[in-house]
Design a protein around this ligand. Structure first.
Ligand SMILES: Cc1cc2nc3c(=O)[nH]c(=O)nc-3n(C[C@H](O)[C@H](O)[C@H](O)COP(=O)(O)OP(=O)(O)OC[C@H]3O[C@@H](n4cnc5c(N)ncnc54)[C@H](O)[C@@H]3O)c2cc1C
Length: 356
């Protein structure tokens, strides 16, 4: 069966891209390897106010609203920031489900339990192979996350900064409007740990690091809430960040985590990915209109276009990441002690959490 566009991955970015194309009457098919959309959750669900405008998902997905962040250099040394805009803690499963409902309403079919395996190039289209059936398409979108199989099939090289993130939701006592970010190297040697409250009694506690993540995670939990706590909703996932060299090939483009449209400082990928989805859908419309599916056309109309918007924020994030993690614990503690609390708030007021 021939499609205009096949999207691999029914995560938020694949769904948004498919919905935008479906609304324009494009013949789209979404392939998802898992039997249920939104499962497993691989996210802490902390997002800026931009999420609702970009996703068009209802505010029913909000679990909590936080407006204070504590940056810890060590257990007793932190700087606190009150953010100008509200920051939201969302129910990621509900969020993904609502996006997938929007896809279906736009007339696009999602095939679950259908893992993309490979493709082969024919004269004017691609033959797409899945575990179940084969399909034909003019364009193939890889929205299949940080270890994209589509990228591998299209011989596109992904950035090699990789972290493993672990998280659980813990019952204890928490400050309901305060997120904690822990930069202590004993908690994560090259990223950070987080505490994100859902309410006064439950919080998502996690960290990301490039090595021995389980060891660090257990130590962080022990230090922050002890060992005799109730836990639910364990999460583990990969975060890949950096500026991808090329996100297109003949008939193929990558979007979202598959294209490392991810904030290098925080590992957040929802906002950049949803921005990427809009550019991906627009590029596909141009390709179909002009009947051009070659790498050069896709590069000019997608790769260059999304990078115009996101390459500077990604580069800024890479610099911040490098700078913060270049300090030793002693240096970071010294720095935190020497910054006047009021000045920190003033400095950070100019900082946008999405770096946009
Ligand atoms: C621990 C952790 C915490 C995070 N916290 C945050 C946060 O607080 N805020 C934030 O903005 N971001 C966060 N992120 C990142 C965020 O989860 C991702 O950026 C976001 O999910 C990207 O969406 P996506 O649609 O591009 O990819 P994904 O959500 O990864 O979706 C990809 C989809 O493709 C499917 N798939 C993969 N391979 C195939 C295949 N071969 N065939 C068919 N289907 C396939 C997968 O099953 C999945 O459904 C976090 C990530 C981790 C790991």
């Amino acid at each position: 069966m021939m499609f205009d566009v096949i999207v691999v991955g029914a995560g938020p970015v694949g769904c948004k891209t498919a919905e935008l194309l479906g609304k324009k009457g494009i013949k789209v098919l979404v392939l998802e390897e898992h039997p249920e959309i939104g499962k497993p959750v691989q996210c802490a669900g902390l997002v800026s106010h931009r999420i609702f405008e970009l996703s068009e998902v209802s505010k029913d997905v909000i679990v909590n609203t936080v407006n204070r962040a504590r940056f810890y250099a060590s257990k007793k040394n932190y700087l606190e920031l009150k953010s100008k805009n509200d920051v939201y803690v969302i129910d990621r499963k509900k969020f993904d489900k609502e996006l997938s409902e929007r896809v279906k309403s736009s007339g696009v079919k999602i095939k679950t339990s259908t893992k993309f395996e490979n493709y082969c190039k024919k004269e004017a289209f691609l033959e797409v192979k899945t575990v179940k059936d084969d399909f034909q398409t003019k364009l193939l979108i890889g929205a299949d996350g940080p270890n994209s199989t589509v990228a591998r099939a299209a011989t596109l090289k992904l950035p090699n900064n990789i972290l493993v993130g672990l998280q659980t939701t813990v019952k204890s006592n928490f400050d309901v409007d305060t997120t904690e970010l822990w930069f202590d190297k004993k908690i994560s040697p090259d990223f950070f740990g987080w505490v994100i409250p859902e309410n006064e009694n439950w919080a998502r506690i996690g960290l990301a690091t490039s090595r021995n993540s389980m060891e660090y995670f257990k130590r962080f939990l022990r230090m922050r809430v002890g060992t005799k706590v109730k836990c639910r909703d364990n999460v583990s996932g990969v975060i890949r960040y950096g500026l991808i060299k090329k996100s297109v090939n003949d008939h193929v483009l990558l979007v979202g985590d598959a294209s490392s449209q991810v904030k290098p400082f925080s590992g957040g990928g929802l906002i950049y990915g949803l921005i990427g989805a809009k550019f991906a859908a627009e590029a596909c419309m141009k390709c179909l209109e002009k009947e051009r599916y070659d790498s050069k056309f896709l590069e000019e109309n997608y790769d260059v276009v999304w990078k115009k918007k996101l390459s500077l924020p990604i580069r800024k994030g890479l610099i911040m990441n490098k700078l913060v993690h270049s300090f030793s614990d002693v240096q970071l503690n010294f720095l935190f002690n020497s910054i006047e609390k009021g000045k920190f708030t003033k400095l950070m007021e100019f900082m946008d959490m999405d770096l946009l």
